[in-house]
Ligand binder design. Structure first.
Ligand SMILES: *[C@@H]1O[C@H](CO)[C@@H](O)[C@H](O)[C@H]1NC(C)=O
Ligand SMILES: *[C@@H]1O[C@H](CO)[C@@H](O)[C@H](O)[C@H]1NC(C)=O
Ligand SMILES: *[C@@H]1O[C@H](CO)[C@@H](O)[C@H](O)[C@H]1NC(C)=O
Ligand SMILES: *[C@@H]1O[C@H](CO)[C@@H](O)[C@H](O)[C@H]1NC(C)=O
Ligand SMILES: *[C@@H]1O[C@H](CO)[C@@H](O)[C@H](O)[C@H]1NC(C)=O
Ligand SMILES: *[C@@H]1O[C@H](CO)[C@@H](O)[C@H](O)[C@H]1NC(C)=O
Ligand SMILES: *[C@@H]1O[C@H](CO)[C@@H](O)[C@H](O)[C@H]1NC(C)=O
Ligand SMILES: *[C@@H]1O[C@H](CO)[C@@H](O)[C@H](O)[C@H]1NC(C)=O
Length: 868
């Protein structure tokens, strides 16, 4: 069944669309105050229904220096609305002490969006999920007496209201709501509560009702949205979150029907393979969504699950990643990648889709669609009024192309694709036919780079002599350690002040204890709620255990060596991002909750209820080793650098690679820990945690229903080896890199990498529609025809070399094209003439240009060029 289920399941994962009736363009700058409302059908801005395309950029997952560029690239990609969550635990780590500096400068972010002339959807939450630590809640809330999260609980509601009001007030003071002339057209209260409300019993209903009226009372002048909340009270707009939203009716006739999605997303966990989604399938899902509008009278989408809207994912700096086990990279295979570069052809193909949909706008908003079958799995949908007509032709077959007759004309429909006919005659876009260029961008390993000022920093390799180190003691080393009987849950104990908690005890051995094997050994059993455990016996790392992103808890069993006399048992438990999702996610514990036992053939020693000494965090964290820019006494610079030993801090200085782009650090050689550049955390690193060997595909077809494990790459390799260092973290001259290594590694094996654009490629078939702008300018489809276009990424580059050109039946991917059996002899010359020395070039893909090397066969043109 590809029908309702698949289409709605894949629905609009990246974008949300609002239908409008007006065909006036969105003002280039949002200055005058606007009224924002809604009716049964659409969001209204100044009374006009709108089609708006939205995608998310989470401001703290990049840097303020990156924002303008990210937003401009989003605008160029066809977005009208930028949405972001508000990250409570970043802004108010300590009650009433707010922080809106740097990456946390929400006002600046919203203003930057406004300056680009885009709208903002501000998802305050304050519960956000978002693969963000503790779902966005400050962990301190957990310690408020009597508190229960996300339900009708006074202490919780008081905190939620205080923070929500604080954010709304801030926005109002800066005049950022559309009603004040600002860019914010929508706000969200709560998030995806409808997924979990069943677990909260009857109190869920009164909580939702309270949340809605609390939000409305803040008087923003723009509508509030409640994601997936069927019982959202008036006037808050509710959305549907089911695979079958055709069953969904808004809870009031005055509200527009909205549709959201149940989706696990495709973020990367440590220990997982890298997920991606082919752009043809994304485009298909979005186009089907518009087509399927035909089966429902009125709809629009306001708030699909956040993770389906990610336009730029970014980086989980510091300890911000949720979890457990969410990786530091939050790239998300989004149209703009983690480093801020456009991801092609994804970005370009979706831009073309947005253009195509806007071409249909007049018809889409003016009338109800009618659908008809053109054969099995073939569906035509037409929006027709006196003045406008738009049609969608879908082939839902996941294998076979089809040729259909529509309005007396023949149309070729590739399998699993939708053709958009903006005038009911000419195909302006097909979801499976990519006109956009591709680029083979890669992070280039820097073998050497030029020093900036410090003479001693001549090379990119990080030579041994330049490293200093500091040993982190095993077990208790801080004065604030404390002793308690029994095992303590970790989050209750640390309040997430650190990833680390030491559990320390000792045992006396005489040699004839029944839990001993051969008088010296014993089988240690430790049960942990997660996430990672290092067992030290008499100071030596003796065992490790860990959970995974599906199940954080684990039990560890290991034969350990004991010695006569006193034996120190030190357990280092580490969290890797706190739970961010699910009913009562806030109560999921971590750490060694027991039992802890020594098992021998003749008996057991249960250590669970013995006295344990606890230390929250590391000594080096307390003394802020990661911040020291001068060489304090704690750092040792020996001629021999200790490597492959646990619990050690490393430090080096480096000159930044030249240029103004971002850099990445390749963590080859390291185990697990955290890194800092000039005192700023670049996040947790864990290059030794590899993805499973199996589950990846060498080629992932866009055809057929997508699921989050359908297209995986990087199996058997580290989940994340490259770690993003934004350019703004770096300075001229000497930079400090500090690492904490938990398990053992060799920092001299690390290296830097920079982004390099390799080749530009495009591959366009005779059957492809002409580029959209050609259509818009000529308004005559017949005159243009398919065209291959290439453009060097920056204005001062020119196409210097044609690496490959073939007209006929070429195959392969960018970087590895090869000629097919059918091959025009003039291809290279034609392409050279058109492209060499130009920044961009366009070539008609037709036999008029190249002759016909094989009559009756569908031909295509594949080109790979280099820019200099
Ligand atoms: C949506 O997600 C919730 C929570 O995981 C699950 O219980 C529910 O079955 C899902 N709905 C569908 C239609 O898959
Ligand atoms: C390094 O500097 C030299 C001499 O100044 C220059 O020729 C070379 O291109 C530079 N290399 C890089 C990678 O910038
Ligand atoms: C277990 O106890 C029995 C009887 O006391 C003894 O013979 C045996 O050696 C013990 N086994 C070990 C491994 O200590
Ligand atoms: C126990 O000691 C015996 C004799 O020394 C040895 O043969 C055996 O391998 C030891 N068992 C283990 C588990 O080490
Ligand atoms: C998670 O792992 C623990 C320990 O291995 C096991 O007891 C538990 O049943 C697992 N939970 C789930 C949901 O699989
Ligand atoms: C944390 O402490 C509270 C209060 O003592 C207790 O109710 C709760 O069960 C603890 N949480 C865990 C996960 O142990
Ligand atoms: C990281 O560095 C290693 C060792 O130099 C190299 O083999 C690997 O290709 C690099 N990985 C990336 C993604 O650059
Ligand atoms: C295709 O044509 C090019 C240039 O005309 C030629 O170099 C190449 O060998 C041909 N390849 C095949 C497979 O015919």
């Amino acid at each position: 069944m590809i029908g309702a289920g698949a289409a709605s399941r894949m629905l609009v994962f990246l974008f949300l669309f609002f239908i409008r009736f007006s065909d006036s363009e969105i003002a280039a700058g949002v200055v005058a105050s606007s009224s924002v409302g809604y009716d049964h059908r659409a969001l209204l801005i100044d009374g006009a229904r709108r089609i708006l395309v939205s995608g998310s950029i989470h401001y703290p997952r990049s840097t303020p220096e990156m924002w303008r560029d990210l937003i401009q690239k989003s605008k160029d990609g066809g977005l009208d609305v930028i949405e972001t969550y508000v990250f409570w635990n970043l802004h108010e780590p300590v009650r009433n002490q707010y922080d809106f500096e740097g990456r946390k400068d929400l006002v600046k972010f919203v203003k930057t969006v406004a300056e680009a002339g885009l709208y903002v959807h501000l998802r305050i939450g304050p519960y956000i999920g978002a693969e963000w630590n503790y779902g966005g809640f400050p962990v301190r809330l957990h310690f408020i007496p009597g508190i229960k999260f996300r339900t009708d609980n006074e202490p919780f509601k008081a905190e939620m209201q205080r923070f929500t009001a604080k954010i709304v007030d801030m926005m109002k003071q800066e005049n950022l709501y559309a009603s004040q002339g600002g860019p914010i057209i929508l706000s969200q209260i709560e998030n995806e509560y409808g997924n979990v409300d069943w677990a909260y019993g009857p109190a869920a209903k009164s909580y939702v009702s309270w949340a809605a009226s609390m939000a409305v009372s803040l008087d923003t002048g723009v509508p509030w949205v409640m994601g997936q909340q069927v019982d959202a009270p008036d006037p808050v707009i509710n959305t549907c979150n089911d695979y079958y939203c055709d069953q969904f009716a808004p809870n009031s006739k005055n509200k527009p029907k909205m549709w959201t999605e149940n989706w696990t997303g495709w973020f990367l966990p440590f220990g997982g393979a890298v997920p991606y989604r082919p752009v043809e399938d994304i485009a298909y899902a979005v186009a089907r969504f518009f087509q399927r509008g035909g089966t429902f009278q009125n709809y629009y989408v306001v708030s699909p699950l956040s993770r389906l809207l990610i336009y730029h994912g970014g980086t989980n700096f510091g300890h911000s990643s949720g979890g457990p086990f969410i990786a530091t990279s939050y790239d998300y295979d989004a149209p703009i990648d983690e480093y801020g570069f456009i991801r092609q052809p994804k970005w370009g193909h979706l831009r073309d889709l947005h253009k195509a949909i806007k071409l249909c706008e007049a018809a889409l908003v003016a009338t109800d669609p009618t659908s008809s079958s053109l054969g099995p799995n073939l569906e035509a949908t037409v929006y027709k009024t006196a003045g406008a007509c738009a049609a969608f032709l879908a082939n839902r077959d996941n294998q076979y192309d089809a040729t259909v007759t529509f309005n007396g004309k023949l149309y070729h429909l590739p399998a699993w694709s939708v053709s958009i006919l903006s005038d009911c005659r000419n195909v302006v876009f097909n979801t499976a036919q990519i006109n956009s260029q591709t680029s083979s961008t890669e992070m280039r390993h820097l073998n050497s780079y030029n020093q900036t000022s410090d003479d001693s920093l001549d090379s990119s390799e990080m030579p041994q002599s330049q490293w200093s180190y500091a040993i982190e003691p095993v077990g208790i080393s801080k004065a604030d350690a404390f002793t308690k009987t029994g095992l303590l849950e970790q989050i209750n104990t640390t309040a997430d002040a650190s990833d680390y908690l030491w559990y320390s005890t000792s045992i006396e051995i005489t040699g004839d204890e029944p839990f001993l094997l051969n008088g010296t050994q014993s089988n240690l059993l430790v049960k942990s709620l997660g996430h990672v455990l290092r067992v030290f016996v008499n100071g030596k790392l003796s065992a490790s255990g860990m959970g995974n992103s599906y199940n954080a808890s684990f039990s560890l069993q290991k034969l350990i060596m004991l010695a006569p006399g006193k034996n120190a048992i030190d357990l280092l438990s580490a969290t890797v991002g706190l739970q961010d999702y699910g009913p009562f996610f806030d109560l999921w514990g971590a750490g060694v909750t027991g039992p802890v036992k020594l098992n021998g053939p003749n008996g057991t020693l249960d250590l669970s209820s013995k006295p344990w000494t606890y230390q929250i965090g590391l000594k080096g964290e307390d003394s802020r080793l990661y911040e020291t820019s001068d060489d304090s006494s704690e750092w040792v610079s020996d001629s021999t650098l200790p490597t492959n030993q646990p619990l050690i801090w490393y430090k080096t200085k480096f000159a930044a690679p030249e240029g103004d782009g971002p850099i990445a650090i390749n963590f080859t050689g390291m185990g697990k820990g955290e890194g800092w550049v000039n005192g700023q955390s670049i996040g947790r690193f864990w290059p030794t945690y590899q993805a499973p060997q199996n589950g990846c595909v060498t080629f992932c077809s866009y055809k057929g229903s997508f699921s989050s494990d359908k297209c995986l790459k990087n199996c058997g390799k580290p989940s994340q080896i490259l770690y993003h260092v934004p350019r703004s973290f770096l300075r001229w001259g000497s930079n400090d890199l500090v690492l904490f290594e938990e398990v053992g590694g060799d920092p001299t094996k690390m290296s830097f990498a920079v982004r390099e654009i390799g080749s530009l490629c495009a591959h366009v078939s005779e059957l492809h529609p002409a580029p959209l702008d050609a259509f818009i300018t000529t308004q005559k489809r017949g005159k243009s025809g398919p065209m291959l276009r290439l453009e060097c990424p920056s204005a001062n580059q020119l196409i210097s070399k044609i690496k490959f050109a073939s007209f006929g039946t070429p195959h392969g991917a960018c970087g590895s094209y090869s000629h097919g059996k059918c091959n025009s002899s003039t291809a290279l010359t034609v392409v050279q003439e058109a492209c060499i020395g130009a920044r961009s070039c366009s070539i008609r893909v037709s036999t008029e240009m190249f002759g016909d090397p094989c009559r009756g066969v569908t031909k295509s043109l594949a080109v790979e060029v280099a820019c200099l």
